[in-house]
Design a protein around this ligand. Structure first.
Ligand code: FAD
Length: 287
């Protein structure tokens, strides 16, 4: 296991847009003071305008200036071997603990490099070139949208784990039973590595509906009622979203999950309020 205790708690941040003020990421990281994650992961942009050095630079800042272990994301389908080497070298210099190896989504008008067709190809490559890096992978409790069915997706996930992934982080989900059923299916398929549950707090109606469309996340009735009731009242919806995410996390911990990965969406205030609710569940009990 990557960490010496369970459940673990981790956060995800993303690099600010190219034209954002330089201090934006500091606002996010400063705002997370008081939250005690086991690591922070930093996403990697696939778009044409993405800055290839941003993930490594922010990873370095988090580790050096905030003293928090970092996992850097890397998407592979538009990279050739030189591009992957360049990114991995930057990550090593930033002293990241691990790399979340991803295929990434398709970008309109961009032709894949044809070297890393699946995340598992990148996983194998990292294992061969950087054997000391821990390799993380993504998983999809409700199945990846391109997979024909969940069992096919889990078969592919097993290939990714066999290629060298030692820790999985899940796509967001709003119904804990979907995640817990998926974990049982993955275990039955021989996947034994830790599986962290991805939780994205509800912030606005558009975000949840969009996620439902893009990742096929099922929206339970309780959440649907919240969205209806507070669709025009942002403040109340956020408050309810914090309660909803906190309850999801508390129930997951009660059910023995390996860990929880909170998608902060660079909103530290929301993350802090969730941590105030559930932080004690992640610290070892004192007698
Ligand atoms: P893969 O594991 O390659 O799977 C993609 C599809 O191919 C699935 O349908 C799978 O069943 C199938 N497949 C996999 N292996 C095989 C095989 N050997 N043979 C046949 N079929 C196969 N995107 C970003 O752009 N930047 C990020 O930083 C980012 N971070 C993410 C973090 C997490 C935790 C998650 C869950 C997603 C993240 N994404 C990110 C989104 C991700 O890039 C997309 O979901 C993408 O569509 C799939 O990436 P993957 O690595 O899971 O792909």
């Amino acid at each position: 296991m990557y960490h010496d205790h369970t459940p673990i708690f981790s956060l995800e941040v993303f690099p600010p847009k190219r034209n954002a003020a330089v201090g934006t990421i500091y606002d996010t990281l400063d705002g997370l003071q008081g939250v005690d994650p086991d690591f922070i992961s930093v996403t990697y942009g696939t778009g044409k305008q993405s800055d290839r050095t941003a993930t490594a630079r922010i990873s370095n800042t988090i580790r050096q200036e905030y003293d928090i272990p970092v996992v850097a994301h890397l998407t592979a389908q538009y990279l050739d071997r030189d591009g992957a080497d360049e990114a991995l070298d930057m990550f090593e210099q930033a002293k990241v603990r691990g790399v979340l190896a991803l295929r990434g989504d398709s970008v309109e008008g961009r032709e894949p490099a044809g070297v890393f067709d699946h995340a598992s190809d990148l996983v194998e490559y990292i294992r061969s070139k950087h054997p000391n890096l821990t390799v993380f992978g993504a998983c999809y409790p409700e199945g990846h949208p391109e997979a024909e069915c969940l069992s096919q997706d889990v078969e592919n996930l097993k290939k990714k784990v066999d290629a060298g992934v030692s820790h999985l982080i899940s796509q967001l989900f709003y119904c804990n039973d979907d995640f817990l059923d998926f974990v049982r299916t993955a275990r039955a398929a021989g996947i034994t590595v830790p599986i962290e549950a991805g939780i994205m707090p509800v912030m606005n109606v558009g975000q949840v509906r969009r996620m439902g469309r893009i990742c096929g996340a099922h929206i339970p009735r309780a959440l649907d009622r919240m969205l209806d009731k507070w669709q025009d009242d942002k403040k109340s919806l956020r408050a309810a979203g914090i309660v909803y995410a906190s309850q999801q996390i508390s129930d997951l911990v009660a059910q023995g999950v390996d860990g929880v990965h909170l998608y902060t969406m660079n909103h530290p205030g929301i993350t802090r309020r969730i941590w105030q609710n559930v932080g004690d569940l992640f610290t070892p009990p004192t007698k």
